[in-house]
Design a protein. Structure first.
Length: 430
């Protein structure tokens, strides 16, 4: 385990719930100054205050049903500008120098895809300069500047985590600390499973699957980045001094982890919708044409199920899931190619939930699927779709059954803590 107190350069990221109001900003400022006074160089990445980003999106939707991507990014990045400047002032008030920087000033260079830009490069010379002059650098999370268009971009919801890890890698920091409103990464979302257990360590591979399956405690890209650069992440609460969870390459040798846990965690996700293309002619190349049209629009598909075609008709159904936010666009594409492909109809269902079990121990333990399905059956949860990877099993069920299913699986895999240890310190869970 890395000893965080023997380190030189620390990147700390504070999420929206940690800086929700003036009190929160002052509390966080105190933590930052304490780290600085302990002899470290400190770079801070900050999110917008509380639910500011959601409120700005609501505002945009009130003036336009489909806001322009460039303008929406310009609007949303204002949220982080507010918190970074206020945080720098709060630190100044404690007698330390802090300088705030926008993503662009911090050298976060991205692609030009508004709302989901990817970081191409980080050139943090102004941050290094500030550190060398003894200042604390505060960087606005979740934003950058496009290499081609020079426009301001955002990295997607939750993207401040990625800003933090990318900066940590570029600055060759010793650790990236992600401060949030829970004490670390738990065996399930503590807002849904009060008996969730805090994990001491989780591997990059497990965390990638957890994040991709809806555990929003870390942004997926930030974990990809950390794995690529082998950057240790320490996820912890800004409201307590408890040790959090370390996201690392491997579980430490000799830890009790391997013996006890086949399943590291359970993730759930209500952000997807399911489309069924009904009565598709069972001919070579049909699925390719459907999914090519969707891919051409840059829409990510998650699970796919195709049934055997009915002997009498030669027709089959294809179901797949994608983010609800892409539902309207996907339906429009399918309507456009319906005549050409000759399927019968399209069904759209946004009342689904996804439940995923994740654990490296699954590789060597047969019977996980059987236990999982049996516990869902006992809980009255009907399985609609299934997908697996080497260390994950996911199912789709009714959204209304999802939370019950999560709790049932948590109990069935003996993950429940003997005593309640999960505390949710803040945030609205929005
Ligand atoms: P921040 O604003 O600090 O970025 P987020 O809301 O993005 O915080 O992420 C923290 C939230 O993630 C927690 O409040 C919790 O509800 C949720 N969460 C989901 N799955 C997990 C998990 N396995 N462990 C901890 N938190 C989780
Ligand atoms: N403020 C942005 C959001 O709410 C980015 C972040 O908090 O990570 O998604
Ligand atoms: Mg977050």
């Amino acid at each position: 385990m890395v000893d965080i107190y023997a380190m030189g350069l620390i990147v700390q990221k504070y999420g929206g719930s940690s800086v929700a109001d003036a009190e929160g900003l002052k509390r966080v400022a105190n933590r930052i100054v304490a780290t600085k006074r302990a002899g470290h160089q400190v770079v801070v990445v900050v999110s917008a205050m509380g639910d500011t980003t959601d409120e700005l999106i609501d505002l945009a939707n009130q003036v336009s049903p489909l806001p322009n991507g460039r303008e929406l990014d310009m609007l949303l990045t204002a949220g982080e500008r507010i918190s970074m400047a206020l945080l720098a002032m709060a630190i100044g008030n404690l007698g330390n120098e802090a300088r705030s920087f926008t993503g662009s000033q911090a050298g976060v260079i991205t692609t030009s895809a508004h709302g989901r830009a990817r970081i191409i490069d980080v050139t943090p010379s102004r941050i290094t300069e500030a550190l060398n002059e003894g200042a604390i650098a505060i960087v606005a999370g979740f934003q950058g500047i496009s290499q081609d268009t020079k426009d301001v971009t955002t990295l997607g919801r939750g993207g401040s985590d990625t800003t933090a890890v990318a900066l940590a890698a570029a600055l060759d920091a010793d650790v990236c600390e992600i401060y949030t409103d829970v004490d670390g990464i738990f065996s399930a979302d503590p807002r849904v499973v009060p008996a969730a257990k805090k994990l001491k360590t989780v591997t990059y591979d497990e965390m990638l699957e957890l994040a991709a399956s809806g555990a929003k405690v870390l942004h997926l890209r930030c974990v990809e980045y950390a794995r690529r650069y082998d950057m240790p992440i320490h996820v912890r609460s800004s409201f307590s001094n408890n040790e959090g969870t370390w996201v690392v390459k491997d579980h430490p040798e000799g830890g009790t982890y391997m013996e006890q846990a086949i399943i590291a965690g359970i993730a759930h996700d209500k952000s997807e919708a399911k489309i069924t293309v009904v009565g598709v002619p069972d001919r070579t190349g049909t699925a390719a044409r459907i999914f090519q049209a969707i891919a051409d629009a840059d829409i990510n598909i998650d699970m796919i199920v195709q049934n055997v075609s009915a002997a009498a008709t030669g027709l089959t159904d294809i179901s797949f899931t994608m983010p609800k936010t892409e539902g309207a666009a996907t339906t429009a594409i399918l309507q456009r190619i319906q005549g050409e492909i000759g399927f019968q109809s399209i069904q759209y269902d946004d009342q689904i939930g996804k439940l995923s079990l994740i654990g490296a121990g699954m590789r060597s333990h047969p019977g996980v699927t059987a236990t999982f399905f049996a516990c869902l059956a006992d809980a009255g949860v009907n399985i609609e779709m299934i997908s697996t990877s080497e260390i994950r099993i996911s199912i789709i069920c009714r959204a209304s059954d999802l939370e019950n299913g999560v709790r049932a699986a948590h109990t069935a895999f003996e993950l429940d803590a003997a005593q309640i240890e999960a505390v949710v310190y803040g945030g609205t869970g929005r």
